[in-house]
Design a protein around this ligand. Structure first.
Ligand code: 5CA
Ligand code: ZN
Length: 421
């Protein structure tokens, strides 16, 4: 589907260092080692409601990865999906007596607008689940042919992946079975369903149900795709196996990213005989909360990006507020956070409007170093604060033209446009 327009990305003098990020599967910060073109897949929205600040924070974290890689001289093949068919979409459309397709299209359009306003670099491939169904079906047929998937024997036509035959299962999350069972039950799985070979087998295909949309399915059946095979298929179709970063919020560590990896690894081993990891690193952004709870559509405790925009809040202040916390720290959204960000933005803008300021080169070095070190955005912001304070105070150690370079650096690396500089 249509992506969104790219913001201008200023070119900076020199190049940045190698990016290190935290990989969930190894449980440590690791150096990324992309080819000339880095490859990243980030799990996209389920468009049944507007983009809230939790979604935004997650996409901003991966936007920093994109920016740091580009600054290090890489091209970036960035892919994001849209889960434009799934239970929540149908439930919401039903509740509001609305067409689920129109609901999905409207919320996806609003998401594009929010991402554009937040200056998030767009994915090269922005791919919907529905448009991917023929390829998802082909993949499920491959798994059935190899005896790695099975049709449930209860007349529903539902198809499951037999995880007992998936040797890499558990490798992404590192969770033990009890933890997997708990998250599986909490996050849309069906451990207790009768007729499954193992409680942790995930659904690949849901057979046609009355009143639900359906498409031609594996082996001449009808129905709709499961969630994990959607992301496995879209990633395989666009950037293939062994890509550099698989991303999403920490709520996707299990089951979603575990199963996407297991599906893709089984498919590739079947097709090529070679066992290959799905991604080189699994990167997870922490949860944004409000009033002590995770911000989520199902809890209804949401602050929407579009609502803040509608209230006249500068999207660059929203961006700065979200980046003022580290992406791996669960944190709360507060009005105070936004106020601090608005003040900071005003200070930075005053500083970059000067003709001369504190030297730019040490700041650029510091910014690059902080962001390449597991996306230390709070550390990077503190450096710009110090530079702005020093520049606004004046003094002898000022450099003609430094504010211009800092303006570009803050734009290119943090994605914060300071305008008119
Ligand atoms: N469509 C699936 C992924 S394939 C999905 O999880 N959609 S979503 O709309 O629920 O979430 C979109 C992205 O935002 C996911 O990466 C999710 O992990 C992340 N996310 C959801 N809630 C929060 C939150 N409160 N804080 C941070 N990130 C969040
Ligand atoms: Zn996904």
């Amino acid at each position: 589907m249509l992506s969104w327009p790219a913001p201008l990305l200023p070119t900076l003098p020199g190049t940045g260092p190698v990016l290190k990020v935290h990989d969930t599967s190894r449980g440590e910060v690791v150096a990324t080692s992309p080819d000339r073109t880095a490859r990243m897949y980030v799990c996209g929205i389920t468009p049944y409601d507007a983009t809230h600040l939790g979604h935004a924070a997650t996409y901003l974290a991966f936007d920093l990865i994109n920016r740091v890689w580009r600054d290090a001289g890489h091209a970036v093949h960035y892919v994001q999906n849209v889960t434009d068919i799934d239970d929540p979409l149908l439930d919401r459309a039903d509740r509001d007596n609305e067409d689920w397709i129109v609901l999905g299209m409207r919320e996806t359009a609003l998401f594009r607008e929010d991402m554009t306003a937040l200056r998030v670099l767009p994915p090269e491939d922005f791919v919907g689940a529905v448009e991917s169904i023929p390829r998802i079906v082909a993949h499920i047929e491959d798994l059935l042919d190899e005896g790695l998937a099975y049709v449930l024997d209860d007349g529903t036509g539902d198809i499951y992946h037999d995880v007992a035959q998936a040797p890499g299962f558990g490798g992404e999350s590192g969770y033990d079975e009890a933890t997997m069972l708990r998250f599986f039950a909490e996050r849309g799985g069906d451990p207790d369903r009768a007729g499954k070979r193992q409680p942790l087998d995930p659904m690949l295909w849901r057979g046609e149900r009355p009143g639900e949309p359906s498409w031609p399915g594996p082996k001449g059946t009808a129905g709709r795709p499961g969630w994990h095979i959607e992301c496995a298929t879209i990633a395989l179709d666009t950037i293939g196996m062994g890509f550099d970063v698989q991303g999403g919020g920490s709520d996707l560590v299990f089951p979603h990213h575990e199963y996407s990896a297991v599906h893709a690894e089984a498919l590739t081993a079947t097709a090529t005989g070679v066992k290959q990891p799905f991604a080189r690193a699994y990167v997870h952004a922490a949860m944004i909360g409000l009033d002590g709870e995770k911000m989520s559509k199902s809890r209804g405790n949401l602050v929407f990006v579009s609502r803040l925009r509608g209230d006249g809040v500068d999207p660059m202040a929203v961006r700065l507020a979200l980046l003022s916390g580290h992406y791996r720290t669960d944190r709360a959204w507060t009005a105070g956070l936004l106020k601090v960000a608005e003040e900071r933005l005003a200070t930075w803008r005053r500083a970059v409007a000067l003709d001369a300021g504190a030297p730019a080169a040490p700041l650029l070095l510091g910014l690059r170093e902080r962001l390449a070190d597991d996306l230390d955005s709070p550390g990077a912001i503190a450096l710009v604060d110090a530079w702005a304070a020093q520049s606004l105070t004046g003094g002898s150690d000022t450099e003609e033209g430094a504010p211009r370079i800092v303006c570009d650096a803050v734009d290119a690396l943090l994605g914060v446009s300071l305008q008119d500089c």
